[in-house]
Ligand binder design. Structure first.
Ligand SMILES: Nc1ncnc2c1ncn2[C@@H]1O[C@H](COP(=O)(O)OP(=O)(O)OP(=O)(O)O)[C@@H](O)[C@H]1O
Length: 340
């Protein structure tokens, strides 16, 4: 079954097209990382998955059903970690989880969930006194209630310390092993690289790339960075390397030469240095990181779009509900649009 299916989805706010004719498919059991620069449309897309925002055009299907008509049933099978989760200040962490368990009519033990996210010792404290990272952990505990078939996590690692980020990765992996589909947005690319089966990169409301991280690497091209320990390389040797086919740049960093080249030009680079009498003590290649790939797909004219004016566009919709975010299991269909 397909866990998420968006077809021709567009969302326009007053003066801003947040999402543009988006087609996106996430298969059952996949861990899908949703990336994009600020204002690319990630949260709007997530809000449409959750029926918090209705698309201007197109269809959104989640867990095989249409969110516009089957929202209640979908929300019962979905765990959500919302962007900007806010808590009931005077309720304990345990009460929050109890509330999520009750609203899903589930049988989970709140203490077990709190222990799973590392909040066992803070279970009785008022959530209003929790740190940002603790609030994220609490939101995750609430999202995990009733073993959801789909987890939608908006910036789950925001505010987490390195240990928390590692625990988050482990939970995502464990949930995927259980068979859940995980769809999450993140700016923390190491997190995405570490857990995702596939990555989609959104720019200006459009999907500009979608593949495994490995696949994106191949598509971006075989350019690699070759770092060569070559203490004796003089200007002439550098010029010889620079002139080789497949070499796009050479810089000297102390005793090291940093060569940008096609992957099949590496042998020629080392050979040319040796022929020039340079003793190559060591060399290694560095693969394009997800950050390099992200920049490759998001930099450029279209990416420098008027982020400031987009961010300051007045909301055309109702003001945001001030209530703490629950797990989305309200029986009322949610079509209220959120204001950011
Ligand atoms: N309720 C709203 N009213 C008007 N414009 C909105 C509203 N919600 C989002 N937008 C605009 O839609 C565009 C996409 O915003 P969105 O929050 O979906 O981006 P994002 O990719 O989640 O960004 P970030 O990484 O900064 O959270 C932005 O230009 C934003 O200003």
């Amino acid at each position: 079954m397909t866990a998420i299916e968006l077809r021709g989805v567009t969302k326009e706010f007053a003066g801003v097209t947040a999402v543009r004719d988006l087609d996106l498919t996430v298969e059952d059991g996949e861990v899908y990382g949703f990336l994009g620069p600020n204002g690319a449309g990630k949260s709007t897309t997530i809000d449409m998955l959750l029926d918090l925002v209705r698309p201007t055009a197109g269809t959104v299907r989640v867990l095989g059903a249409d969110v516009a008509t089957d929202g209640v049933a979908i929300r019962r099978r979905t765990g959500v970690l919302p962007d900007g989760f806010s808590v009931y200040d005077r309720l304990s962490g345990r009460k929050h989880v109890e509330f999520a368990v009750e609203s899903k009519d589930a049988a989970d033990d709140p203490d077990a969930l709190l222990a799973r996210v590392g909040l066992a010792d803070a279970a009785d404290r008022d959530a209003g006194a929790y740190s940002k990272g603790m609030r994220q952990r609490l939101a995750l505990a609430m999202a995990l209630v009733d073993d959801p078939d789909l987890l939608v996590l908006d910036e789950p690692s925001a505010g987490l310390d390195p240990a928390g980020a590692k625990e988050m990765r482990e939970i995502v992996r464990a949930e995927a092993e259980r068979g859940a589909t995980v769809f999450f947005s993140s700016h923390i690319l190491e997190q995405v690289d570490a857990v995702c089966d596939r990555v989609g990169i959104l720019r200006d409301g459009e999907l500009v790339a979608e593949d495994s991280v490995e696949g994106l690497r191949e598509t971006v091209g075989g350019e690699e960075t070759l770092e060569v320990a070559a203490a004796g390389a003089d200007d002439e040797a550098v010029a010889t390397v620079r002139a080789l086919d497949g070499v796009s740049g050479v810089t000297r960093d102390g005793d090291e030469l940093v060569v940008n080249c096609d992957s099949d030009a590496k042998t020629a680079v080392i050979g040319a240095l040796e022929e020039a009498g340079v003793a190559v003590a060591d060399f290694h290649t560095r693969e394009a990181s997800l950050e390099d790939l992200f920049l490759a797909y998001t930099e450029g004219d279209a990416a420098t779009r008027d982020a400031d004016s987009a961010a300051s566009t007045p909301a055309d919709d109702e003001p945001a509900d001030d209530e703490p975010t629950d797990d989305g299991t309200d029986d009322e269909p949610a079509a209220e649009e959120v204001d950011r």
